[in-house]
Write a protein that binds this ligand. Structure first.
Ligand code: FES
Length: 155
């Protein structure tokens, strides 16, 4: 069972989301990019157009060599969506997207979600780094609950 199938089993809302091939997704993301950067808003609208959950696009973005996310906030949550997916990173990514989108909807300060193939912190998977002007904090063995608390502490 793929990570995505396993995730859909755990998250019934994600079950409605179809899955597109990585090739289709990366080509679509590339078409939305300005220069080598794609905005979070463009990722969200692309996912809506394709009828897929945003998690798929973030995982695909981490695999792309020439396209990355344009950061626009002072705080970045950098999340490993490589092998950390085997250790719960998909649920963490889901939580981060929900937290960010709810803050944006409420017009509150938000954060970027930056996916990476590996943060070289595999021993504490799933690994998330919180980067801000204060420096970088590592969330070892991240969980959705820990991320929610981190967002609550930061803003
Ligand atoms: S695979 Fe996730 S930190 Fe290395």
């Amino acid at each position: 069972m793929s990570f995505w199938d396993r995730f859909k089993k755990d998250k019934p809302a994600a079950a409605a989301s179809r899955v597109v091939s990585t090739d289709e997704l990366t080509a679509s993301l590339r078409s939305k990019a300005r220069g080598a950067k794609v905005s979070a808003a463009d990722v969200a609208s692309l996912c809506q157009e394709l009828g897929i959950a945003q998690e798929q696009a973030y995982v695909a973005l981490a695999m792309m060599d020439n396209t990355s996310l344009a950061t626009e906030h002072e705080v970045q949550f950098v999340i490993c969506t490589g092998n950390c997916l085997e250790r719960g990173a998909m649920a963490c990514l889901h939580e981060l997207i929900a937290l960010r989108d709810s803050r944006l909807s409420a017009e509150l300060p938000a954060f970027d979600i930056v996916p990476r193939r590996c943060l070289t912190r595999c021993q504490v998977a799933p690994a998330v780094e919180v980067r801000s002007s204060a420096g970088t904090a590592v969330l070892a063995n991240a969980t959705p609950k820990a991320l929610k608390e981190a967002v609550g502490d930061l803003f």
